[in-house]
Unconditional design. Sequence first.
Length: 474
Amino acid sequence: MRLRVFNTYSRALEEFHPLDSAGREVKMYTCGPTVYSHAHIGNLRAYIFEDLLQRHLELRNYKVRRVMNITDVDDKTIQGSRSAGIPLAEFTLPFKQAFFEDLDTLRIKRADFFPEATDPGQIAAMIEMIQTLIARDLAYQADDKSVYFRINKFPAYGQLAHFDLSELRSTGRVKSDEYDKEHVGDFALWKAWDEEDGPVRWESPWGPGRPGWHIECSAMATQLLGEQLDIHCGGVDNIFPHHEAEIAQTEGCTSKKFVRSWMHCAHLMVDGQKMSKSLGNFYTLRDVLARGYTGRELRYALMRVHYRAPINFTWEGMEESREALRRIDDWVARLREKAGEENVQRPTPNVQRPTEEGSGFEDALDDDLNISGALGVLFETIRETNRALDLGKLDANEANSWLQWWERIDRVLGVSGEENAVPAEIEALGEARTQARLAKDWRKSDELRDELAARGWEVRDTKDGQKITRRAGV
Ligand code: AMP
Ligand code: ZN
């Protein structure tokens, strides 16, 4: 079966054909975190959906070239640095670090690039795009000195969200600080500096200021992936205005179709409401770990529902995920035992291919990442092979070939094996502290303890040596 994906733009399932003429490279852009606090697990759902997509594409022999941006300047980050009384870069740094730790804990593959919005090269690219838009009459500087996109000059505006511009006119609320705009829907490309921004400012042809959020993604995507992308992802809340604006800005500059397939995941919900910072109904990964769950258990819980269906987050759901992983672990252990045990007596180089159900897993994922179908195939296989093992009807050869099948599909699921609860870089800090203590360098030891604490880890010195655990509630 050929891979099909649901394209938000056309609202239809479409066969996936990458732009690359040889047909193997896939250019993928995924909206990343705004680093003003720790990601909540709703954000992490989006990243896990994107990870599943990337891993499946790779299993199907595509070479994925992926960008995930980091928004390290916007209203919230500026506000955060002001109230903490520290420079913006200092304020965002620990949240950037925490974001990468979260990716590791959840076994999310790293993108090829993580550009930051405050990178001078990226700011220059944003300014250049805005200049092009002004030259094409698609943008204007208003009396408040900010630069806005002129949506009336871009007829396709609203097509991604299937949004009628006249509705925007009648229902749109005009914020007091946007009175200078020609149309209520015009969005800021460049925000003129004001006192609230403090030292956060860049020079531009329109005076000091900072880029709008939407232009950040258009610039970073085109800088690193070119003018046209195969796939652009995010959560459904990104569709409007963010992705709509990205299309207008990018196509306004290039006159080429920006993205082939727009893919959006549904929200993670709590009691029927979107999990979000503003509603206060959120958990971070650290909250979930502090309850005794592991990264791979959360990974599984966020992955097991189809990406276009909302997930209601519950602790029972976490228990079900734990149970499902236990079944997988037990099954793999049984197969290993069988394969090992008989292999000793009778080496079997000719590995059989798994039966029909084996390929069904990948076919299900080809169908717009139908994970429920794929997991259905897996658990049916587990049931059947366990039964065959019980009856002594599965030999080492078959056990081996099922193990190989499992290793292949786990390249997509990424749930194999027990948790290495402490990430490598934390282990390394712990080891450095042990060394410092052996050298009786107490100052260094304390510094390393503080460093670990700042990253959310607690060190205890026990009679069996140093123990590192996560600090609850960080
Ligand atoms: P932000 O840090 O707010 O820019 O969001 C990062 C990513 O998380 C975006 O792709 C959002 O669409 C996504 N997102 C935010 N809240 C949720 C949620 N409750 N469920 C799923 N995805 C979300
Ligand atoms: Zn974005």
